[in-house]
Design a protein around this ligand. Structure first.
Ligand code: PMP
Length: 291
């Protein structure tokens, strides 16, 4: 449970924290965010998350609200004040507040910064990983710049709702040519029968996942072959194994796609191995001792 929220320089009680009704994040989804895993009270892959945050802001011409170092302190302090040992920290930066107008005021605005941290039920997550999740495929109806991590998440909300209604834990989004782009909130991977991994190449169509990037490093060190290319739903259904990656779930096995079992319908051996290896490679921030 989040108890304290950072909002524009102040740590506020959760129930009382808020931003202005004319915040452009609220009215136009004119905002970006990052979600970072917290493990043993430390931030996982903070450098990469900060790199992506800076890139998202630059693409939208939103100024960095403060130095990277200061943002890092906000993340740590929010984690500390909420006593999160295992969980997530969420950071959102919007363009700021102004009377509603599509045009951005000349001279710019002071960005709105919000940071929340919360615990995650680690046992529940491990259980999910042990049984694997079902995936439902749906058309990708998002915009042309999915590489920017904006809060414009309505297509993802609808896709995940539709998946959940069908008992699936994630939606895989499919482009007009029949290729999987990514999960609604994850990157999509398959393991070919040859043992090689496949995940879509980065570009405008997908978010360059931090977990994806770190896993690519794991694969290269372990000499596991990987092909960064698009794959079709039919290829995925016939794959040996499948999984998704995200900061919140790291490597999460996929055991069925549209109710068709993948492999033997259980989490694959390579997927399970990669899940274990992931944390041996991911960067951990400096120590902090939760009370
Ligand atoms: N794609 C989308 C659309 C996402 O929302 C996420 C999770 N934020 C990811 C991929 C995975 O990215 P990461 O590994 O950085 O969490």
């Amino acid at each position: 449970m989040t108890r304290v929220v950072y909002v524009n320089g102040r740590y506020m009680r959760y129930a009382e924290a808020g931003v202005h009704v004319e915040d452009r994040g609220f009215q136009f989804a004119d905002a970006i965010y990052e979600v970072c895993e917290v493990s043993e009270g430390r931030l996982v892959d903070e450098t990469q998350h900060m790199d992506r945050l800076a890139r998202s802001l630059a693409e939208l011409r939103i100024p960095m609200p403060m130095s990277r170092r200061a943002l890092g302190l906000v993340l740590r302090e929010t984690v500390r004040r909420n006593r999160v040992k295992t969980g997530l920290v969420y950071l959102q930066v919007s363009r700021g507040t102004a009377p509603r107008d599509f045009l951005i005021p000349a001279g710019g605005l002071a960005p709105t910064v919000v940071c929340l941290a919360r615990r995650v039920d680690a046992a529940g997550r491990e259980q999910r990983a042990a049984s694997g999740i079902a995936v439902k495929t749906l058309p990708d109806i998002r915009w042309g710049r999915c590489d920017i991590k904006t809060v414009m998440l309505l297509p993802a909300v609808l896709a995940k709702e539709a998946a959940a209604t069908d008992g699936a834990g994630e939606a895989w989004l499919v482009d007009a040519e029949g290729f999987v782009t990514e999960g609604a909130s994850s990157n999509a991977w398959i393991v070919e029968r040859s043992g090689a991994l496949v995940t879509r190449q980065t570009g405008d169509a997908i978010l360059p996942g931090v977990t994806r990037r770190t896993l690519l490093d794991v694969l290269s060190r372990e000499n596991i072959p990987i092909s960064e290319r698009p794959f079709r739903v039919e290829e995925a259904r016939a794959a040996q194994e499948a999984f998704i990656t995200s900061a919140s779930g790291t490597v999460m096995p996929v055991v069925s796609i549209d109710k068709v079992a993948i492999g033997d319908g259980r989490p694959g051996a390579l997927t399970r191995r990669l899940r274990t290896l992931f944390h041996q490679f991911a960067e951990l921030s400096d120590q902090y001792h939760p009370r």
